[in-house]
Design a protein around this ligand. Structure first.
Ligand SMILES: NC(=O)c1ccc[n+]([C@@H]2O[C@H](COP(=O)([O-])OP(=O)(O)OC[C@H]3O[C@@H](n4cnc5c(N)ncnc54)[C@H](OP(=O)(O)O)[C@@H]3O)[C@@H](O)[C@H]2O)c1
Length: 311
């Protein structure tokens, strides 16, 4: 089978297509024929190194959808190492059955970013009717889903994006206001009548975190769930008091799907949203051997929505 390996940590150039024997399932595992592979920003962190994901040499990626080789049953997963491949050996407990009405492409596109958007809106800060919330990088994979889910909960979304084309996408996902990154805290103050936002959902990190603290209302929540622009500088907790008794969370999806029951419940909640009309926007599909180009596009901020690799 063909798979995308990284022999060492580094830039997109370390990704290489290789021919390897099919993986052999161990105890509790099944062989899955992969039909669509989900690309996530976490794959960039894994490739760069620094303690995140698999150590090289390894097959990169964790998300996909396909069919169990023995039975043909359609399944999707968000946490199986070595997913940029034509076949994976996947622990059964990490597989989510895919209903007939959902294609493998949509399943691979929705699972990781969709379950993330769901726990952010429902648990990290449970958005209530009328709340103003900030969604950074709102035209991205998580961003477009989070914007839509925030709206279904009655939230009012202030989105940030870097281009007018991305702003248009954020608006079509339901964002009430779209602003650029420059001076966004001041714009949020204006738009919320001086009060500030109930929560900031920040997957950008270094370039947005500090200013995000200034955009929150008293007792607001800073949810730092990623670092596409790099890790923010360390925060002195004492600063949170005069800033309005703020909360800060640094969550990961892994906590929210840490048992098979939690995974099943979260995936079910997401599938119900898809059934009810949540749009899963596939911004681009790349053949498996174009993984390097996909990473270049993602890091250069050229992409919108979800990126898939098709084996
Ligand atoms: N903690 C969790 O459970 C969890 C789970 C899934 C994802 N995440 C995080 O969520 C974030 C979004 O992930 P995603 O896979 O959906 O990616 P994505 O949002 O589709 O892509 C990243 C976006 O971030 C924005 N960005 C701002 N500054 C950037 C910079 N310096 N370099 C690159 N991008 C920059 C860009 O949008 P603009 O051009 O509009 O700025 C870019 O399109 C990532 O930080 C990821 O690690 C966290």
């Amino acid at each position: 089978m063909r798979a995308i390996y990284f022999e060492r940590n580094g830039g997109p150039e370390v990704l290489e297509l290789k021919e390897r024997p099919a993986p052999e399932p161990g105890d509790g595992e099944v062989l899955v024929d992969v039909e669509a592979i989900g690309i996530n920003y976490r794959d960039v962190y894994e490739r760069n190194g620094g303690g995140y994901g698999s150590e090289p040499p390894a097959i990169i990626g964790v998300e996909g959808a396909g069919r169990i080789h023995e039975t043909g049953q359609r399944v999707a997963w968000a946490n199986v190492a070595g997913s940029y491949a034509e076949q994976v050996a996947a622990p059964r407990k990490l597989l989510v059955p895919v209903p007939d009405g959902v294609s493998s492409e949509v399943a691979a596109a929705a699972l990781l970013q969709g379950m993330t958007a769901h726990y952010l809106a429902a648990d990290s800060y449970p958005i209530a009717d009328g709340d103003w919330v900030i969604v950074h990088a709102a035209a991205g994979g998580v961003g477009l889903l989070l914007t839509q889910i925030a709206k279904t909960r009655g939230g009012r979304v202030i989105a940030t994006t870097s281009t007018e084309e991305k702003a248009e996408l954020a608006r079509s996902a339901g964002a009430d206001e779209v602003v650029g990154y420059e001076g966004f805290a001041e714009r949020v103050r204006e738009l919320t009548g001086g009060e500030g936002a109930a929560a900031v959902y920040d997957g950008v990190g270094k370039t947005t975190f500090e200013e995000g603290l200034k955009a929150l209302r008293p007792t607001g929540r800073m949810i730092l769930y990623g670092a596409a622009s790099g890790q923010p500088d360390p925060l002195h907790l004492a600063r949170l008091a005069p800033a309005g008794s703020l909360y800060v969370q640094r969550p990961t999806l892994q906590t929210y799907i840490r048992t098979p029951e939690l995974l099943r419940e979260r995936a079910q909640a997401l599938l119900e949203l898809i059934d009810a009309g949540l749009e899963v926007r596939i911004g681009a599909r790349y053949p498996l051997d174009q993984a390097r180009r996909a990473h270049e596009d993602l890091e250069a901020r050229r992409t919108t929505g979800k990126l898939l690799l098709i084996p």
